[in-house]
Write a protein that binds this ligand. Structure first.
Ligand code: TXA
Ligand code: MG
Length: 491
């Protein structure tokens, strides 16, 4: 049995920007695009329309045309929805809500209704859902929630679809352990109180503090031993948070957010006065990202503030991809370590700056550059000569284990008897090595990225004289893997 969400189509597009007579002019709500992307990971998705009542400006034909177009429009953003059919119509007008068909649809599509959701900004839809035992999320937008809602059992309230998607996600957080919601709530309180919490993201574990609290942020620098000239990434779980942090959202940045958020892509944009100087190390720009990890998103949503977070390792060292790695490096220095298991991507986010429409790659990472360029065209590479302002993830020596590391083919240090090999696939011969880590037996770059830092941590713990690392093909996530290996190899 599958879970499903049934969404009222009016919450997906932005009415005051729509030109219904020119359907291609439909503007989708950015919150909807991101929210639907989150929802579709664990739900089948259906969109329903209600035929117009007095409150609506559109004709029946317009509503239907819109419903026909939505699946194609959303598909451009990688979101897949089906249309919920209308019940029988009378004179072309349907008098009953399509939600009255839910039980029938559930049977056809093998859907578990009690684990499904109706999301709408109309109270009547939420009530209708409750009648057939489907929990609802009522989208209130900026409005005050209506008092009758308190009476409705099984109904949650959200500000927009992204917010609703995060609420839906919370219901399935227990795969990270029975305790996880309690821990996340405690972590959120600590963050609100100016504390520092380590948390999982899809890339690596982060060391977070309230981005708007300079004193809390200062503790991150102390705990990491990180120089103050190295700016932090601010993590968000809502688009209004981004609007508060930046002064401009150039078109390419909006396109990138629409296609890759939540996900391993950080955007560097002109900063607003609200961002403390310590977060950006005095730069006029701020780095922002929406992580794609249920624990991280729930934490940020519940803390209610944007979270500044570098990777949760000591400065210059290998980034942590498990809670255990964080514990080993930072241990009791942090107020709490949230355990969300292994980070699925395993290398840090791709960092792209979008300043006055110039798009520049600052750090290769979990979002392949090829995919970015497919969307926004050629991206400038940062050359050493144009390296100001300093982005220390760009520091030559970084991401390094304590054991000396050389790239395969480079000269070995003297008396390097105990050697470890970090190999992309299964090596032809491993005779010269006391330890071998294979990143991906099948030569899969995503698997290799996911294993990279854990393999480095293991080799580093073996008291070897040297780690010999093999570069991987320089495409897709290979760009990020090689970047980290080259930096780890530099003195
Ligand atoms: O995947 C990630 O990005 C992880 C997770 C925790 O989100 N975070 C991470 O943070 O890798 P960190 O601090 O280890 O690396 C962030 C990089 C640094 O190299 C920093 O210099 C750069 O982002 N950065 C931050 N703000 C910047 C800005 N305004 N301009 C240029 N670079 C910036
Ligand atoms: Mg780092």
């Amino acid at each position: 049995m599958e879970r499903a969400v049934f969404l009222f189509q009016d919450i997906i597009w932005v009415r005051d920007r729509i030109h219904l007579h020119n359907v291609s002019g439909i503007a989708l709500s950015p919150e909807a695009i991101l929210g639907l992307r989150v929802l579709q990971k664990s739900h089948k998705m259906f969109v329903f329309a209600n035929h117009p009542d007095e409150a609506h400006e559109e004709t029946v034909a317009e509503v239907e045309r819109l419903q026909e177009q939505l699946p194609n429009l959303l598909a451009r953003y990688g979101v897949c929805v089906q249309r919920l059919p209308h019940p029988a119509t009378e004179n072309g007008l349907c008098l009953e809500s399509p939600l009255s068909l839910l039980s029938k649809i559930a049977e056809e599509h093998r859907i578990d209704l009690s684990n499904s959701l109706v999301i709408s900004n109309r109270l009547s839809d939420v009530e209708c859902a409750a009648e057939v035992g489907v929990p609802g999320i009522y989208i209130v937008g900026e409005r005050e929630p209506q008092p009758q809602l308190v009476q409705l059992p099984n109904c949650l309230i959200a500000t927009d679809i992204l917010d609703a998607a995060l609420l839906a996600m919370e219901r399935h957080l227990s795969r990270y352990g029975e305790q996880i919601l309690v821990d996340v709530e405690r972590a959120a309180m600590i963050l609100k109180d100016g504390g520092v919490v380590a948390f999982p993201t899809e890339t690596v574990y982060g060391l977070g503090a309230n981005a708007l609290d300079p004193i809390a942020v200062a503790r991150i620098f102390e705990i990491k031993g990180r120089p103050r000239f190295d700016p932090l990434i601010v993590h968000v779980a809502a688009l209004h948070q981004v609007q508060n942090l930046v002064t401009e959202l150039p078109e390419p940045a909006q396109a990138l957010m629409g296609s890759f958020w939540p996900g391993p892509l950080t955007l560097v944009l002109p900063k607003s006065d609200r961002v403390p100087e310590i977060v950006t190390a005095g730069l006029p720009t701020v780095a922002v990202r929406m992580p794609d990890h249920p624990v991280a998103l729930t934490l940020i949503r519940r803390a209610g503030v944007p979270i500044a977070a570098p990777s949760a390792n000591r400065f210059g060292r290998v980034s942590p991809t498990t809670a255990e790695h964080v514990h080993q490096q930072l241990g009791s220095a942090v107020d709490l370590i949230l355990d969300g298991g292994r980070c699925p991507i395993g290398v840090e986010s791709t960092i792209i700056s979008v300043l006055e429409d110039t798009v520049t790659l600052l750090r290769p990472g979990g979002t392949p550059l090829e995919e970015v360029e497919r969307l926004v065209g050629p991206v400038q590479r940062r050359t050493q000569a144009s390296a100001a302002p300093l982005a220390p993830g760009q520091l030559a020596h970084h991401y390094a284990p304590q054991t000396p590391l050389v790239l395969k083919g480079q000269e070995l240090p003297e008396r390097a008897l105990r050697r470890g090999l970090l190999s992309f696939t299964v090596p032809a011969s491993a005779e010269d090595f006391v330890a071998v880590e294979v990143l991906s037996k099948t030569g899969d770059l995503r698997e290799a990225a996911a294993n990279l830092f854990a393999a480095l941590h293991r080799l580093d713990a073996m008291h070897l004289d040297v780690i010999v690392a093999e570069l991987v093909p320089e495409v897709d996530l290979g760009l990020a893997i090689n970047d980290r290996l080259r930096r780890a190899a530099r003195k």
